[in-house]
Design a protein around this ligand. Structure first.
Ligand code: HEC
Length: 292
């Protein structure tokens, strides 16, 4: 029966019903992948798609417009659940904002301070040297509000997540300087929510997502959808664009000095090349009149 169905699908696709047939095939392939993951315990079910990031490669740089859009998404959507404790407002100047803008931005947040002269803690308006405040008072409260799974802190998430790429991919990655596993994963996760394939059920309060690193479903409901956040620079307001922008922003949060690191790496390579040439010339001149 299965064989017959496959042949029908094949013939249909050849007859020009490619869309339908490939969707059915994809569904079957996903179902198979889910079963395989459940049996072997190896997640994610699907590997993230590689995206085209401005900060990739030896000369990569951040796109400030994109980082600003990502910050907007973090502020308006993700910060309701995810903290970002290691990032101070002050560093937002690197995104192209003025000191005044950062001051005004920080002023929209409240942070806890103290104790005051009476020994009591109090809240005050945040200033640029403060860090992004957490939406929950502690981890337990965060978990209790989210079906038992605490939303992880965002400070280093883009560096803490990535999917093992396996042999031989990781060998090529050394030469192509692939370091975008984190943002690729975040983008794939945010755009990857879908109905579970037939016959697959997920625990209550969890949402099927074949890109999630540690199971078939996670406690976070799809946080983004088309048109949810307004962009004032004319960038398309789509789930895919939002996901790229927030992933790029999280990469910056985790590695604000990426550009300097890459520049320094390049200078080191130039230095080594010149140094090698000098050493070679020295060797030649020292041994020029020696017999071998
Ligand atoms: C309503 C609360 C809520 C909102 C809003 C939310 N998240 Fe989450 N998020 C969670 C929870 C809960 C988890 C933990 C899920 C789990 O481990 O099952 C999580 C986990 C994650 C993870 C880690 C997945 C992993 O590999 O462990 C990423 C990345 C993430 N969220 C990104 C985002 C982004 C980006 C946004 C904003 C666009 C966002 N989240 C908005 C609740 C939220």
């Amino acid at each position: 029966m299965k064989k017959l169905l496959t042949s029908i699908a094949l013939i249909a696709s050849m007859a020009g019903f490619a869309g339908h047939a490939s969707a059915a095939e994809e569904g079957a392939a996903l179902e198979h992948a889910v079963e395989h993951a459940a049996k072997s315990g190896h997640y994610p079910i699907l590997k993230p798609k590689e995206m085209d990031w401005s900060f990739a490669g030896p000369f990569g740089t951040y796109d400030k417009g994109q980082l600003q859009r990502g910050l907007k998404i973090y502020k308006e959507v993700c910060s309701a659940c995810h903290s970002m404790k290691l990032v101070s407002f002050r560093t937002l100047e690197e995104l192209g904002y003025s000191e005044e803008q950062v001051k005004a931005f920080a002023g929209e947040y409240e942070v806890q301070d103290g104790p005051n002269a009476d020994g009591e803690m109090y809240t005050r308006k945040a200033v640029p040297s403060d860090y992004f405040p957490s939406p929950f008072p502690n981890k337990e409260a965060a978990a209790a509000a989210n079906n038992g799974a605490a939303p992880p802190d965002f400070s280093l998430i883009a560096k803490a997540r990535g999917v093992t790429r396996g042999f031989p991919q990781f060998v090529f990655d050394i030469f192509t300087q692939y370091q975008q596993g984190g943002p690729d994963y975040i983008h794939a996760l945010l755009t990857g929510y879908q109905e579970p394939p037939e016959g697959v059920t997920v625990a209550e309060g969890t949402h099927f997502n074949p890109y999630f690193v540690s199971a078939a479903a996670l406690a976070m409901a799809p946080p983004l959808s088309d048109g949810q956040v307004t962009y004032d620079d004319g960038t398309p307001e789509t789930l895919d664009q939002y996901s790229q922008d927030v992933a790029a922003f999280l990469m910056w949060a985790a590695e604000p000095h990426l550009e300097e690191r890459k520049r320094m790496g390049f200078m080191v390579m130039v230095f080594l090349a010149i140094f090698t040439a000098l050493i070679y010339l020295t060797k030649k001149s020292v041994y020029a009149n020696k017999e071998h």
